[in-house]
Ligand binder design. Sequence first.
Ligand code: SAM
Length: 285
Amino acid sequence: MNYRHAFHAGNHADVLKHVVLLALIDALKRKDTPFFVLDTHAGRGRYLFAAEESRKTAEADAGVMRLMTLPRLPEVIERYLRAVQADNPVGALLAYPGSPLLVAQAMREQDRLAACELQPEEAAALKALFAHDRRVQVVAGDGYAAIRALLPPKPGGHKIGRGLVLIDPPYEAQEAEYPAIVAALRETLARWPQAVCAVWYPIKQRRSLQPFFRKAAALPANSALLAELQVRPDDSPLRLNGSGMLLLNAPWQIDQAIAPALPALKQYLGEAGASTRLEWLKAPR
Ligand code: SAM
């Protein structure tokens, strides 16, 4: 069993990523017309905190678990915590829902999700999870290739005009992942110009992200927004000091929806020197 990614389930990076993801889904739900979500690097869909590896590192204790103990948080965070709780019907937090499960839980009968996962064991777990949900297509394979295969979206032969592409790679290739991401974003926008795109990125040393941001800002999207949480200063290149979400073609007023979350996440998940950022690389036209 491959628990590599269970180590971190529910850590500060997952919290930031999934708070923003659910805010995006809620924004898409403001209209009744269907939307389509492509999750290019979906993972297994559900992570068990009881798995020995996640207990050892207990990164969730400084993430989602800590937030669960707090009485009052901004609604955008409370909404995320309710979604995590909904995957834990007995009360105690035993499981952490990954991005495809959070999206499937939040979307409606008319909406569709395609979730791609390259690792065969993870993909098998994902397929089992959605075996009875006809709104969800699980693709065992490369998420970047899925952009070419599945966009523009036409699930079941029906064209869907609105939606989101979430790109959340493991960055095993480190710096080499960024050109692949930029190419994937370019391909997405060429096939589906109005797509909302969300890319999660790790922050080890933030200045090394500048070339990626410059290229992202030059893409033919209407806008580019960064939402970041750094839980400590970015002076160590070896640690995950924070993370961010790059949003292209972000839904109207998404910055206002996310804004209250960031200071609260900094206050409760941050160490000395923590910081946040909500910044337009390219303001909406
Ligand atoms: N998006 C998930 C979530 O938020 O719960 C977590 C995804 S995890 C960070 C990255 C996943 O991408 C891993 O499960 C890994 O096996 C998978 N992966 C790696 N390379 C891939 C590729 N080229 N295409 C699709 N999946 C890939």
